[in-house]
Design a protein around this ligand. Structure first.
Ligand code: F6R
Length: 635
């Protein structure tokens, strides 16, 4: 089996498709419309256990996870503690894992995470919380500590409820690909994908620890009840593999299939690749909508490696789409209708084409020009996701405002801040900055994690990113006056995976929207992890639009990294010529300070979408930027 994240959108061979009927979910899966509702249900189950044990005069033993996924559960437990009198006095906890070599006060240490996200806010007894310890002088010493951790779990009577997230490498805890089903608490080497995913938290890949200590798969499987939680589209692929493919060491979460009381709890986006949601016609008879036909027929095209217009009745039958033909149509008419549907998503006029028949165009032609407001969660997002489209909107006479909702300073490399301080020093103007930064300058030099969270350092980095974004936008034809930097407080007072949105954030976005009053809106992240800046930004913009309705019946979502759209999910694709792509590349190159911004990869993503359209038998373009329509009434 290939690595999950390397699978392509149409990666079903004939054989695997034939197998599909008997390889749907092999574990109970609950899908909720959004993460908050799912988290409340899991928190209620935990609260129920704690209370029933209290009535029996017994302890409750919880296995806990860190990362962004369990945070909504912890927030709900804290609320139950404050508002519903839920006491944690009889609770003992065991955490899954901890990075090697981090001080317990390090901002990314899981010990600090648990204090900040749960323990400091409830009445859990000191000494009742346990987190594996990854420091030790010798291998033998570490081994003893791991064995002692296992013994302590046994002494506590075993884990009653185990909470899990899932990594894109398929890990539970830090049981990376290759972890045996019998593995116990031990020191492990982190997978490259896991380290990449943590690189923004640690200010760069090279700062992410290489090893960690984790409970084993065998340890986890001994818990009485297991909830595996996942939010956002980024997890959809690996969730499907864990739930539907046979158990395998390649995806350690798949071993939960053998647990008699394990359950996946997902939001809709994380569940999006499950067969019942992605290929519902394989599971049940369905009522065919136009969109569903587009999805099914493009899938059949990928599976048979034939362009849409060459599909024949047999291809439909063999792809489980026989009932489409039975419905009175034949492959010829279905092919043409679907081909046209795809064709109509393509437009070089993202703001609408003046005086054109708009029936088949993604965006209305009137009014013209429009006022387009393009929201970025972090300032660089829109440039990466839709830089060429921004340029087009400008060239086609629209009024364009780019709104950076947050400062994005957490993405800026320490070295960039140091470089600026050095420049100021050379110019004899560093005194004030050095005074304000104090010993954080030295901390920056050694990439001390605390330095990146210092408000003065953050201010400096915000200024650096702002300057780069202004420069980059100018390469796309957007002047500085058209840029708004909102610096929302949730970002300034938080850090990755741990943001807390307040009324101040909502008010700032709503006020700006009311002032700008756009009739064309772009935003990223409708299906992003709801705890990420992009997920939060989408929710803030949606709430603002509910408060101050815009004069358009839909908004457009652009692709964010790791959220590539499949062709059938696309409602508007803007073709990019080689020259325009070069222009975008030039603009992205000006974003030098951003940690791990992989320009080439972003440009290649634009090329891959164009290639996918080409494979369906549509026109062949150099690249495409693609968008999904979200109806305002659905926000
Ligand atoms: C954390 C842990 C990991 C995470 C996983 C997902 O204690 O054990 O398995 O659950 O890496 O991380 P997030 O939730 O940040 O996406």
């Amino acid at each position: 089996m290939g690595h999950p994240s390397q699978r392509c959108w149409k990666g079903c061979s004939r054989q695997t498709v034939d197998d599909m009927h008997d390889r749907y979910e092999k574990i109970p899966v609950q899908v909720y419309p959004e993460a908050g509702e799912a988290a409340r249900r899991v928190a209620a189950a935990i609260a129920g256990l704690i209370r029933s044990r209290q009535e029996e005069g017994r302890d409750a033993v919880l296995g806990l996870a860190t990362g962004s996924t369990p945070i909504p559960v912890y927030r709900e437990l804290i609320r139950l503690h404050h508002e519903k009198g839920l006491s944690f006095c009889n609770v003992t906890t065991f955490n899954l894992d901890e990075y090697s070599g981090l001080d317990t006060n390090h901002p990314e240490s899981y010990t600090r995470f648990m204090r900040e996200q749960l323990f400091d806010h409830v009445d859990i007894g000191e000494g009742r919380t346990n987190i594996p310890n990854a420091s030790g002088d010798s291998a033998e010493e570490l081994e003893n500590k791991c064995a002692a951790y296992e013994q302590k779990i046994r002494d506590a009577g075993g884990i009653d409820i185990q909470l899990l997230g899932i990594g894109r490498s398929g890990h539970i805890g830090f049981n990376e690909p290759g972890s045996p089903v019998t593995s116990r608490t031990r020191v492990v080497t982190l997978d490259r994908i896991t380290r990449l995913d943590a690189s923004a938290d640690f200010q760069g890949f090279h700062n992410v620890p290489r090893t960690a200590v984790t409970m084993g798969v065998g340890t986890i499987l001994e818990a009485d009840k297991v909830f595996l939680l996942a939010w956002g589209k980024g997890k959809a692929d690996v969730v499907r593999i864990a739930a539907e493919e046979p158990e395998s060491e390649v995806v350690s979460a798949s071993f939960l299939q053998r647990h008699s009381n394990a359950e996946f709890v997902l939001d809709k986006a994380a569940a999006g690749d499950l067969t019942r949601l992605r290929y519902p016609w394989l599971v049940d008879s369905i009522s065919w909508t136009r969109r569903m036909k587009r999805r099914a027929i493009s899938w059949a095209s990928g599976k048979t490696e034939k362009p849409i217009l060459k599909l024949v009745d047999d291809d439909y039958n063999e792809s489980g789409l026989g009932d489409l033909i039975v419905e009175g149509e034949n492959s010829y008419s279905l092919n043409i209708a679907t081909f046209n549907d795809f064709q109509h998503t393509i437009t070089g006029w993202p703001g609408g084409k003046p005086d054109a028949n708009e029936e088949t165009r993604p965006e209305k032609s009137t009014p013209h020009p429009k006022h387009a407001v393009i929201f970025s969660a972090e300032p660089q997002d829109a440039l990466v996701g839709m830089g060429a489209t921004i340029n087009r909107l400008k060239e086609q006479g629209h009024h364009v405002t780019l709104v950076a909702l947050t400062s994005g300073n957490l993405r800026v490399r320490d070295q960039e801040a140091l470089k600026l301080i050095r420049c100021l020093k050379t110019l004899g103007q560093s005194e004030q900055v050095s005074h304000q930064l104090g010993d954080h300058v030295e901390r920056l030099q050694v990439s001390h994690a605390e330095a990146a969270l210092n408000p003065e350092v953050r201010k400096l980095k915000s200024a650096i990113l702002r300057a780069e974004v202004v420069d980059s936008a100018s390469a796309l034809g957007v002047d500085e006056e058209a840029l708004q930097f909102l610096n929302l407080p949730f970002y300034e007072s938080g850090r990755f995976r741990q943001f807390h949105v307040t009324d101040a954030d909502h008010e700032a976005v709503a006020k700006l929207l009311e002032m700008l009053n756009p009739n064309l809106v772009f935003v990223s992240g409708s299906v992003a992890d709801p705890m990420s800046p992009q997920g939060i930004a989408f929710q803030l913009v949606a709430a603002a639009i509910r408060k101050f309705p815009i004069t358009a019946d839909h908004i457009w979502c652009y692709r964010h990294r790791e959220e590539a759209l499949k062709p059938y999910e696309i409602d508007m694709s803007v073709p990019i010529s080689p020259l325009q792509h070069e222009l975008k590349g030039n603009a992205l190159q000006r974003l030098r300070a951003v940690v791990d911004l992989r320009n080439e990869e972003s440009l290649n993503d634009d090329r891959s979408v164009a290639a996918a359209y080409d494979e369906l038998g549509l026109a062949e373009y150099e690249a495409m930027e693609v968008f999904q329509r979200v109806k305002v009434e659905k926000l």
